[in-house]
Design a protein around this ligand. Structure first.
Ligand code: MG
Length: 258
């Protein structure tokens, strides 16, 4: 059983009337799955989409055959969530055009597997160095990649929230899957854009290294509120304390608590 010290926090922010972010975590015998979703759509449809995404993620991870790899489970679970959100969005008038981003990470043994759609981010701090592991699926991030905008211009660009991918928009969604090692001492930070658009990376790195996970979550949310808190804010921090050898892939390899 890897020891992962985990904390999470979601906050409505200072401006929005509801919180359309959703967060969840599911410990299991070999590790931990944690996910953040940022809902979009008029009225309260965004919060329906983000909550549905996490509900289906947990259900499908639990249901998947024990022989499936974690990558396959995550990919399949998120495709199922996409289909469910898409179907609701075309059949229920008040949920029309709802959608959500999702970033879901599993620390299993010495492995980290992340499935990602949208503009929530996963960062890792290792040996004092912060790295963004996910790539934003946004219009501005594409422009930065093409060399049209600088990273600094992208941070304040009026179209910075425009997504190029999200769950619910089409029947099939492109999912980024990343798989890397988890080492003792790694700090993983998963957050919605309400946090990373207001706080520079250096500040995030400093806070998460300066406090235990729960206090760091509270400090990050407070800093983002101090800067105006113009969006819902969600943060999850996982500190890998003891990553054991890779788990054996038996049928009881992954069982979620219900
Ligand atoms: Mg947001």
């Amino acid at each position: 059983m890897p020891t992962v010290d985990f904390a999470q926090l979601t906050d409505i922010g200072c401006v929005r009337e509801g919180n359309e972010d959703a967060i969840g975590y599911w410990p299991h015998e070999d590790g931990l799955l944690f996910a953040v979703a940022d809902g979009l759509g008029g009225h309260n449809a965004g919060e329906v989409a983000s909550a549905l995404a996490l509900e289906i993620l947990a259900r499908e991870m639990d249901r998947a055959p024990g022989t499936w790899s974690i990558d396959k489970r995550l990919r399949r679970a998120i495709q199922e969530a996409n289909i469910a959100i898409h179907q609701k969005s075309i059949t229920v008038p008040e949920l029309r055009r709802m959608g959500t981003t999702i970033t879901a990470s599993a620390v299993v043994g010495r492995e980290l597997v992340t499935a990602h759609v949208g503009d929530c981010r996963l960062y890792r701090v290792r040996n004092g160095q912060l790295t963004q592991l996910t790539k934003d699926h946004t219009w501005v991030s594409e422009q930065v990649e093409y060399g049209i905008l600088s990273a600094e211009e992208a941070r304040t660009h009026p179209r910075r929230h425009m997504l190029t991918r999200s769950l619910g928009q089409h029947l099939i969604v492109g999912i980024d899957l990343l798989r890397t090692d988890a080492q003792n001492g790694d700090l993983l930070v998963q957050c919605s854009d309400g946090i990373h658009s207001l706080l520079p990376e250096a500040e995030i790195a400093q806070i998460i290294q300066g406090y235990p996970p729960q206090a760091a979550c509270e400090a990050l949310v407070q800093r983002a509120r101090d800067r105006g808190g113009d969006d819902n804010m969600s943060i999850q921090i996982a500190a890998v304390i003891d990553a054991p050898p890779p788990a054996t892939r038996s049928s009881s390899w992954w069982r979620f608590g219900r």
